[in-house]
Ligand binder design. Structure first.
Ligand SMILES: [Zn+2]
Ligand SMILES: [Zn+2]
Ligand SMILES: [Zn+2]
Length: 229
């Protein structure tokens, strides 16, 4: 069942008990595929991923983590066939009978006895919208998860000159800029909602640049930050 955007906050900060990352973060490999019978692999649309809760111990994990780790191979004797069984990696509960085959992920793997329509469904756009809406009212730390570290050398020409201008504004030159640059990955229209910024390297407060400026450099450590324009 699709988690409605306003209910997504219930999963905020909770970790997948299998992979240890946030339930509200997904890898591309988590994205669901529709079960197919034609041999063609089709990603479920709109893009979504699922969470499954162990019916025995109630721990929650990405469906993909159940597939990767919970599905255990069993071999009947040395030369016997390999069979599959879903087991909870936390409590050890057996969650499926032995099966001769495990449907491949891209063929639309379903948790045995718990088809996708009964799982917790997160639409990628809903999660993103929720994250964007919830963090911009807050300050400091909450924004940090939207920063991605990139190498100074990987910047475009425009970005490089924006960094140079930002350095100039605080009396530095490009030579003073640290090689690691932080790019804030949020939709440009959300930028106006940011109330404060802090340096992703040293934690010092950063001055908010004018709306048309793409970069800001930390006075203390020379770390550049790129903002969407
Ligand atoms: Zn996981
Ligand atoms: Zn369990
Ligand atoms: Zn700094």
């Amino acid at each position: 069942m699709r988690v409605q955007p306003e209910r997504i906050g219930a999963f905020d900060g909770k970790l997948c008990f299998i992979c240890g990352s946030y339930l509200l973060n997904n890898k591309p490999s988590d994205l669901a595929y529709a079960p197919v019978h034609t041999g063609r692999q089709v990603k479920a649309q709109p893009e979504r991923y699922y969470l499954f809760q162990c019916p025995n111990c109630n721990k929650i994990a990405h469906k993909r983590c159940w597939y990767d780790v919970g599905e255990k191979k069993h071999k009947d004797g040395w030369f016997g066939p390999t069979r599959w069984q879903l087991e909870c990696p936390s409590c050890g509960e057996t969650l499926s009978p032995m099966r001769d085959e495990r449907t491949k992920w891209k063929d639309g793997y379903q948790i045995p006895g718990h088809s996708d329509d009964k799982l917790i469904e997160l639409r990628v756009t809903d999660v993103f919208a929720w994250k964007a809406g919830s963090v911009f009212g807050k300050i400091g730390k909450a924004l940090d998860s939207f920063f991605r570290a990139v190498g100074l050398g990987s910047l475009t020409e425009n970005e490089t000159s924006a960094v140079a201008r930002a350095a100039n504004r605080i009396g530095k030159t490009t030579k003073d800029i640290a090689s690691k640059v932080f790019r804030l990955e949020i939709p440009a229209e959300k930028r106006s909602e940011i109330k404060s910024l802090s340096c992703q390297n040293c934690g010092a407060p950063l001055p908010l640049p004018e709306a048309w400026e793409e970069a800001v450099v930390c006075e203390h450590c020379g770390t550049a930050h790129l903002l969407p324009v």
